[in-house]
Structures are given as structure tokens and as C-alpha cells.
Ligand binder design. Structure first.
Ligand code: T1G
Length: 690
């Protein structure tokens, strides 16, 4: 047939094998020969049944995302599924690895689906700002029911083979040689004879749909979509499958798909899909990586405990070191509590809890780190403390061990220079809670060896983190840009905006929460200690901290939190304090619009990103997007702080930066030259002289 589609015949059962590495995406060069093969087999009387299987590590993982936004080359997926579904002889999809998006839709075009024990099946299009466009919203509900179909499609989260079997999505689950099982299954079906009912005709379970319950759940999902169009469209499309005839629902799905695929939100989310994969691509990444079989973590506090859990969850034995038995027991108790909460919530089995707790070894003796291949220091943010710890590590760690610091802003070159093996030193900047947050800023110090770097980039993926490699500067990429975003927050308060007005401008923009709610969640005392250590001040935040208002943990911060709740309540006392401080500075309050708030916070953030690119602290603009979306909640529908200017026009951002520069004289508004070049060329890369 072709390189990407081959056909074999096993005693009358035809096996169509798709082979398009790395994930058998349904690129045009697959679709065309696939359709030809199906038509030929349909009309071949010697063929009693057809099995569709894939070579390599997975079944079809979807349509080819790189083709979106380009003219569609026929045949498209719908034409293939329609042909497949009309074939009278039994058709069986043999699913291993992942059947995702268009891959599952192809399988839904078959009469039967059999899966390998470890297979995963799902329609994750919503994560690309899309909805299934190959009939998935109309066929899946016919097998698993409308409510389950909506949950699977709106969450985009795949399900395992056993769950899929239980839900009626797959007809059999096998272990061992799947293709052989599938051929035998098909032969047996053919022997028993038809008729074989295509999925499109299986309406039974749809009739039982409780539309009121469906609509209530869809309304909830829409409320949590935070302005994203795709989740709402997904729910609507599944509802159509219940209320409309098949072909009308299919046409409605198509119309929604065509609208979404052209949307800025989907472009942004597709950008992030590839940006996350690009971020892991290091020059010279094919170096031989160091072997990591045991990890050491120094400090069992909030960060250290979370980091230790992240590695234990990833299957690594962990040595957790503290300065005293009390501190160690406290840290281990918190870890145990966290796992117990996960079991109670049903997100972790009791066996898994036991297994993970078994990975921990506690110690108060640095020498016990001697058998660790990677040691991560998560102690107090003080240079002298860090240097003392690295001095001890230099003495006890085995040759070739990677020595990492979790500092969020201290100079890692200075730490590395303080020991005899700077080539083994780098930063692993986790985000709190470290066992949950996906982002890992990997800080390459001046002397960091390429194999050490490549080793931890690879390791990040194994523990489910999204890694971005950054250079050494104050606050690295994330916190440095956060400081630029925050630089005007206080000024906006003094000039008349309230914490809730500013936070609302952020949530309306699509952030999960605004800077003041975020500050209260993280604890205002952290920033306060950091400012004091650096001789910096923040008039209002400092005053709040002097009053012991550290945020949620003290029930008062920029907001009030009653009885331990996390619901922020505007506090007249805070607004009065702000007015007093403004009066002291002779600042008359005025009404501040949401646009101004976004301009004076987000534009400096973008501008700082441009400076970071200019300095080579980040290798790609898209790396900065990955940092902000995975570490700081930047709205995914906007693609990140470096992608977004491409949507709204960098020229407008420069114009407003220059406007505020003139009014305030503040450097954060001085447009970076790379931002200006980006505005002219339309891309960061084209604008870059790097
Ligand atoms: N199209 C094009 N390239 C793809 C791709 C796809 N669907 N999936 C992966 N790749 C590339 C990826 O960029 C990387 O390239 C390489 O394959 C390995 O991927 C009509 C509208 C399958 C779970 O959303 O979730 O179908 O960086 O590093 O960690 O309804 O890839 O090496 O150059 O991620 O083992 C729906 C997307 C599409 C699934 C494997 N499908 N893929 O994870 O490898 S829309 C998806 C994944 C659709 C229809 C619609 C994962 C994976 P490179 P990887 P992995």
C-alpha cells in the first residue's frame, strides 16, 4: 500500500496496519492510503473481517495537529469513518498505547474495539481548544451514555482499558499479542455472522439520558471554563447527540469544530502543546545521561516535603534529611497526612499509599546522602545557609552526584563556586505544592555540565513535570517577570484601585486569581522576608505584615478569611489603610479602569520577558509561555505572555508602555528593543539577534 499503511491477510481476516511514527497521527499521507485500503477490503469477497491496528508504541494518537490551520486535504477523517462504518463485514480496532482524539474516532467507526490491558482511550481535543471533529461527540455517547461522554470530552482525560470495557466503549481487553487476539476475535465474530450494528445506529443508551441532570452538570462545567470556548462547545455537541438525529448532530459538531479550529484560543493552546515539547529539547541533549536511582532531599518543610513526594510518586527511593529528629518527624508526618488525604479523596489507592511511603528514608546525618545520585537542597533562603550545606555535600556526596538547589532567586553561580565540583551544581526550582505543580524551572549555572543538565531534564519528564531550562539571574524567568508584574500593583492601590478591583481585572482576563488573592494564599510574610533581606519596601504589604496580616494562614491579609475559609472578603480596614498611605504621599484617589490595570501589570511582565530573551536567560519565547502557564496560571486560552502579543498586536503594547513611561517615568515601562523588533517582524525569533 504505502510506507504508512500496510495490509496483511490472515486466513481471510485482513489486518490494516498504520505506521506513522512517533504517535501514528492521522496525517494526510496516512489518510489517503488508509481510505484506499478500506475500500479495497470492503469490496474483496475473500476478506471476512477487517482489523485496524498500529505499529510502534501506540494506536492513533489523533489527527495531525501540525495540519490545523492549513487547508484540509481530502480525504478527511470524517470521510474515512463514514466509509468504515458502512462496511458490512465486521471491523475491529485493536488498541494499544493511546487511542486519542481522531484515533478513538476512527475506532468508533469500527463495529468492535478490543484493547490491550494497558491502553488508554480518550478525546483530549478540549486541551487544544477544540472539540472532537470526527464524530466523537455523536458516537461516544451512543456507547457510554451522554453524561459519561460529556465528562470524558469536557475533561479531555483518557480512561483505562478496564474502565472503557466497563463503560461499553471496548468489547474485550487482552494481555499479550494484541493483534493475534484481535484477529481471533474478528474471525469468531465473522463466523457467528451479522448483522453488525454500526455505532451510529446504537441509540438505546441515549434514550435514557436525564437531560435535566445533564444540563445542570453542563452549566457547572461552563461556569468553571473561565472564558474558554471549547469546554462549552463540547458539552453542547454531546447534548446535540441526545436531542438531534445523528446526521444533524454530526453537522452541528462540524460547525463547532470549524469555528474553534480558527479561534485564537485554539491557536494559543496548540502553541502550548508544541511549546511544552520544544522546551525539553536541549542542544546536545543526546549526551549520555547520569544514572539516577536514589534521590536525597535536604529540608522536610513545605517545599522539601513536596519535592520528596514528587520523586516518591515517580518511583524513586528518597532520603529525606533534616537538622533534628523533631523536624524530620514533623516533615514525615505531613507527607503521611498528604497521602492519607489523597486516599480519602479516592485519587490514590491504599496500596499505592503504602508503596510510596515505603520509598522514604529519614535521616539527620549528611553522610546518609552518600548513596544518592541527585541531592536537592530545599532549606532556608539564605546564601550563608546554602553555602554551608553545599560545603557538607561536597564532602559526603558520591562522585558524579548532581547537587541541586531549590532556591527561587539566589545566585546559583555563587553557590557552585563555593565547592570543588561546580560542574555538578544546578537549580531545580519547584513550585508549591511541589508534588502537584507541573512546572520545574531548571537553572543552568555557568559551569553546569551538559550531561547533568540533560539528566535532570529527562528526570523531570519521568516525575511528570514540565521542565524549562533557564539561566541564572535574580528570580530566574518566572519570579523575575512576576516582580515586574507586581511593580505597579501597589501604585494602583495608592492611586485608587482596591485589591478586589485589581483581582477582578485579572480573573476577567482569565487568571485563576489576582495578585492580592494569590499573595494571601502563598503568605505575605514570604515576600516581606524577601524584601527585608534585599532592603526593599512595599508600603501597603509591609504595613499589613507588621500587623501580622500574612493572608489565609492568619485569617487576614489583603482580604479577610472567616473561620478558616478560603473565600476572600474585602476588608474596609485594608482599604482605609491604603487611603491613609495614599494621603501620606499626597496621592488623590481616582477611578481606575480594568484596561489600565492590565496595561500597568501585564505589559511590564511581557516587556521583562523580552529582556530575558535578549539576555539569553530563556532560549525561546515559547519557553517563557510554558513557565507562565504551568507555574503562574497564565490563561491557556491566551497562550502565554509571549504568545499573547501576537494575538493583540505588539505595537499596541509598545504604544501603551511608552504612554505609561511618559506618565510615570518608571523603567518597567521602557520597551525592550526585542519587543520593538518583535512588533516589526511579528515573531520573537525573527526579531531576535541571538
Ligand atoms: N499530531 C502531530 N504531532 C503529534 C501529535 C499529534 N496528534 N501527538 C504527538 N505529536 C508529536 C509531538 O509533538 C512530539 O514531537 C512527538 O509526537 C512525541 O510526542 C479530528 C481534532 C500521544 C500521549 O491531543 O497527548 O484528533 O517533539 O513527546 O509523551 O477530533 O503526544 O518529538 O517533534 O508528547 O509519549 C488529539 C496529543 C488531536 C493527543 C504521547 N490528540 N498527543 O505522549 O510523546 S486533535 C491529542 C499526546 C484531533 C479530531 C481532533 C501525546 C501522547 P516531537 P510526545 P509522549
Amino acid at each position: 500500500m504505502s510506507n504508512s499503511v500496510s495490509v496483511a491477510n490472515e486466513g481471510g481476516v485482513a489486518i490494516v496496519t498504520i505506521d506513522n511514527p512517533p504517535v501514528n497521527a492521522l496525517s494526510f499521507h496516512v489518510r489517503e492510503p488508509l481510505l484506499q485500503a478500506l475500500v479495497a477490503l470492503r469490496d474483496d469477497a475473500s476478506v471476512s473481517a477487517i482489523v485496524i491496528a498500529c505499529a510502534g508504541r501506540t494506536f492513533v494518537a489523533g489527527a495531525d495537529i501540525t495540519e490545523f490551520g492549513k487547508p484540509v486535504q481530502q480525504p478527511d477523517l470524517r470521510a474515512i469513518v463514514a466509509t468504515l462504518e458502512a462496511i458490512a463485514k465486521p471491523t475491529v480496532a485493536a488498541i494499544h498505547g493511546t487511542a486519542l482524539g481522531g484515533g478513538l474516532e476512527l475506532a468508533l467507526g469500527c463495529h468492535f474495539r478490543v484493547a490491550d490491558q494497558g491502553a488508554k482511550l480518550g478525546l483530549p481535543e478540549v486541551k487544544l481548544g477544540l472539540l472532537p471533529g470526527g464524530g466523537g461527540t455523536v458516537r461516544l455517547p451512543r456507547l457510554v451514555g451522554a453524561l459519561k461522554a460529556m465528562r470524558m470530552i469536557v475533561s479531555g482525560t483518557p480512561i483505562g482499558a478496564q474502565e472503557a470495557h466497563g463503560a461499553g466503549l471496548v468489547d474485550a481487553v487482552f494481555e499479550g499479542d494484541l493483534t493475534t487476539h484481535a484477529v481471533n476475535f474478528a474471525r469468531e465474530i465473522a463466523r457467528k455472522g451479522g448483522p453488525f450494528t454500526p455505532v451510529r445506529e446504537r441509540d438505546e443508551s441515549l434514550g435514557e439520558t436525564d437531560l435535566a441532570a445533564f444540563d445542570a452538570e453542563a452549566a457547572d462545567l461552563a461556569r468553571n471554563a473561565r472564558g474558554l470556548e471549547a469546554p462549552v462547545a463540547c458539552a453542547q455537541a454531546v447534548r446535540n447527540a441526545v436531542t438531534l438525529p445523528f446526521d444533524e448532530a454530526l453537522a452541528a459538531e462540524r460547525a463547532l469544530f470549524v469555528k474553534l479550529v480558527a479561534s485564537d484560543q485554539s491557536r494559543a493552546q496548540r502553541h502550548l502543546f508544541f511549546a511544552e515539547r520544544e522546551a525539553a529539547k536541549l542542544p546536545g541533549r543526546d549526551v549520555v545521561k547520569r544514572r539516577i536511582s536514589r534521590v536525597g532531599v535536604i529540608g522536610a518543610g513545605t517545599m522539601g516535603g513536596g519535592i520528596a513526594m514528587a520523586f516518591a510518586n515517580g518511583g524513586y527511593p528518597v532520603t529525606l534529611l533534616e537538622t533534628s529528629h523533631e523536624a524530620l518527624q514533623r516533615g514525615l508526618a505531613t507527607i503521611e497526612k498528604n497521602y492519607a488525604v489523597s486516599v480519602t479523596r479516592g485519587s490514590l489507592s491504599e496500596d499505592a499509599r503504602q508503596q510510596r511511603l515505603g520509598q522514604f528514608k529519614g535521616s539527620i546525618d549528611h553522610a546518609d546522602l552518600g548513596d544518592c545520585d541527585l541531592i536537592i537542597e530545599a532549606a532556608f533562603e539564605d546564601m550563608a545557609v546554602k553555602k554551608e550545606i553545599f560545603g557538607k555535600l561536597d564532602a559526603v556526596a558520591k562522585p558524579g552526584a548532581i547537587l541541586a538547589t531549590n532556591t527561587s532567586y539566589l545566585d546559583i553561580d555563587e553557590i557552585a563556586a563555593s565547592i570543588s565540583r561546580p560542574q555538578d551544581v544546578l537549580g531545580l526550582h519547584f513550585f508549591s505544592p511541589a508534588n502537584v505543580m507541573k512546572l520545574l524551572e531548571i537553572v543552568r549555572a555557568e559551569k553546569t555540565a551538559p550531561d547533568a543538565l540533560a539528566t535532570v531534564v529527562d528526570l523531570a519528564r519521568r516525575i511528570g513535570k514540565v521542565a524549562v531550562v533557564v539561566g541564572v539571574c535574580h528570580g530566574f524567568v518566572g519570579n523575575r517577570m512576576l516582580a515586574a508584574r507586581g511593580s505597579e500593583s501597589e501604585a494602583l492601590l495608592l492611586e485608587g484601585a482596591t485589591p478586589s478591583q485589581i483581582d477582578k481585572a485579572f480573573t476577567d482576563f482569565g487568571w485563576p486569581m489576582g495578585p492580592f488573592q494569590m499573595g494571601d494564599l502563598a503568605g505575605l510574610d514570604i515576600g516581606w522576608r524577601n524584601r527585608k533581606a534585599r532592603g526593599l519596601t512595599a508600603v501597603i504589604a509591609d504595613s499589613l505584615c507588621e500587623q501580622g496580616r500574612f493572608g489565609q494562614k492568619t485569617g487576614r491579609g489583603f482580604y479577610l478569611y472567616e473561620n478558616g475559609s478560603r473565600t476572600p472578603i474585602p476588608d474596609p480596614e485594608v482599604e482605609a489603610l491604603i487611603r491613609d498611605k495614599a494621603a501620606e504621599k499626597g496621592i488623590a484617589p481616582r477611578t481606575i479602569a480594568a484596561d489600565e490595570i492590565i496595561e500597568r501589570t501585564l505589559y511590564p511582565l511581557i516587556n521583562e520577558g523580552a529582556k530575558i530573551l535578549e539576555e539569553g536567560i530563556a532560549a525561546r519565547a515559547s519557553d517563557i509561555d510554558v513557565v507562565w502557564v504551568n507555574g503562574y496560571g497564565f490563561p491557556i486560552g491566551k497562550g502565554g505572555p509571549m504568545f499573547w502579543p501576537g494575538l493583540v498586536g505588539a505595537g499596541k503594547i509598545i504604544e501603551r508602555l511608552e504612554y505609561w513611561l511618559e506618565r510615570t517615568g518608571k523603567d518597567v515601562f521602557k520597551p525592550a528593543s526585542l519587543l520593538k523588533r518583535m512588533a516589526e517582524s511579528g515573531s520573537w525569533e525573527a526579531g531576535s539577534t541571538a
